[in-house]
Design a protein around this ligand. Sequence first.
Ligand code: AMP
Ligand code: MG
Length: 292
Amino acid sequence: MPDFDSDASRRHLVPFDGNFSLADFPTSIDELPAKKVLKNELEDLVEELHDLQRVLYADGRYAVLAVFQAMDAAGKDSTIRKVFSGVNPAGFRVEAFGVPSERERKHDFLWRCARALPERGKIGIFNRSHYEECLVVRVKPELLEGQNLPHVDPATIWDERLESIRQWERHLARNGTVIVKFWLNVSMEEQKNRFLRRLDRADKHWKFSAKDLDDRARWPEYMHAYQEALRRTSRDFAPWYAIPADSKPYMRVAVARTMVNTLRRLDLSHPELSEDERRALTASRNRLVSPD
Ligand code: AMP
Ligand code: MG
C-alpha cells in the first residue's frame, strides 16, 4: 500500500476550497492490499484508538465527533462496529438518526443533533446526522412540508442550511469538539451486489427495505446533494473524508487510520499532578500498605 500510514487521511481528504468534485474520488482503489494485511492493520489501529481514547479522557479538554454518511449498504453500521470495537464502551456513544419524530420536528433541524453531542473526553459517533437535512430532504423536498417552517425559499434554503451547519461546526470546534466526517463512497454496482446478498440471506432480510430502491433510483440527485454538501462544509475545522467503500476491509482501515491520525494530532496529555496532589497520593499509598 503506498505509504498508507502518513498518507491515507490526506488521500481521501475533501479539499477545503469548495472545489470538491465527485469525479476525482474513486469508490475503489487500485492495488488493494491482501485481506490479511488489512485485517492485521485494522487490529493494530483498533488497539491504538483504544489507547488514544483513554488519553483523550484523561486530558479532558476535547470531545470527538465522528460523522458517518453514505448511501444504503455502503457499510456504515459494520464500519462503526469494527473500528470502535476496541474502545471502552464508556468512552464512546453511537447515535443513529432516522426520520425525525414529531417532537424533533418542533425544533430547528440542528436541535436533535446538538442534544446528542459527545462531552469532553468522549467520542460521539453520528450514524447519519444533521447532513440528512441537505441530502434526503434536498432530494425529496416534499419532506419540508412536514417541518412547519414559516417560509421556505427553494432557491436559497440549501445554501442557508449548509451555512448554518458550517457555522455550527465552527462554533463546536472553537469550543473543543474535534469533528471528523466520513462519506463512505460506494458505487451503484457494488450497492446492487450488496442488496442482492441481503435479499438472498434470511439473516440479512431485516436490513432491506423496498424504500431503499427508491433512493437508489435517485442516485444522480443524491450524488449532486453529496457533492454540494461536501464542497460547502469540508473545512479545516471539520474536514470530510471521501472513503472508497467498495472494499469493506479497505474502508475500515482507512476510517480507523483517519481516526487515529486525528487523535494523534491533538496535544493530548495526562494532566500533570501538583505537588499537593502528589503528596496526597503518597499519603494514600502509606495508608494502604499500613496494617488495617
Ligand atoms: P437507516 O439508517 O437505514 O435506519 O434509515 C434511516 C432513514 O431515516 C433513512 O432513510 C434516512 O434518509 C432517514 N432520515 C434520516 N434523517 C432524516 C431527516 N432529517 N429527514 C428525513 N429523513 C431522514
Ligand atoms: Mg437502511
